[in-house]
Design a protein around this ligand. Sequence first.
Ligand code: ACO
Length: 305
Amino acid sequence: MATSDEWIQTRTGIKERHVVTEGTAASDLGVLAVQNALASAGKTAEEVDIIVGTSASPDMVWPATACLIQAKIGAKNASAFDVQSACAGFSYALTVAAQFVETGRADCVLLVGAEAMSRFVDWTDRSTCILFGDAAGAVVLERVEPGYGLLASYYGSDGNGAHLLRIPAGGSARPASIEMVEQNMHFIKMNGNEIYKFATRVTIDAVNKALKLAGLKKDDIDYLIPHQANQRITEAMMNRLKLPEEKMVSNIERYGNTSTASIPLAMDELWRSGKIDKGSVLLTVGFGAGLSWGANVIKWNKSKT
Ligand code: ACO
């Protein structure tokens, strides 16, 4: 294809990505992430009350990927469902998952973003196939002491922009057919320039509004974890927010855009690197098809030791 490593690195910040092998689906990656998260939290699959899944590249239209993961890990006491909001999925699903814990309806909630984006990429479309990667990330949510955990969330959507980023076929509007496949309509279609402009605009607003809801200032943020869609988008965002570069968590160069997995993947790396401790303030911000976006302010409750 007419592209180059230099073009990709300069325009996106991506150096390498991971692509699933034949026979591997989003739920298979989800299982690995979930097992790591449970081990980290010292929990067994039987202790999980609810599994909230989110995926822009689910195994199937339905059943929910969360149900497939439930069966594979043997979480027999859990109920399971998916939250669908494309690349903003983790941001929305985090609030949904946290509310079960906050209201006392569940003690242990597992949240997993699992992606096999390479399955939905048109490998002849150079404007999209260079961006996406496969990955999964998971977190375990439990009740924490007051003043910690998810402090505030802010969301927005603009369905008028739905046509800017979508997988047009395979749903009830354009069911799967030979014609749809011949036209590559079952693959990701994106207006990159418009998504770029949208992303820089809404993420800044979401960050400011989420901070205000949490009663915090920009200086209170220890780390900002943006959806890893494009290094240029996140750098532009940091510049406009006047936040120092060292506060931005970025791993896009090693994974590409992994949709719902990108924020938990970055969060996990940040945690395992030892850079955060109990009391650290993290701000996550996601955006994607919908159009939809959301920011969450988290006061980390887990001590390093
Ligand atoms: N290699 C070489 N040239 C390319 C490639 C490529 N892979 N892709 C596009 N080009 C060309 C275009 O054809 C165009 O050529 P022309 O001027 O001759 O017409 C030129 O490069 C510039 O194209 P632009 O689209 O303006 O390039 P841009 O700098 O905007 O970069 C990109 C494109 C990387 C897709 C950018 O628009 C982007 O990152 N947008 C946001 C995408 C995004 O974040 N998507 C996901 C968000 S939500 C979610 O996660 C699902």
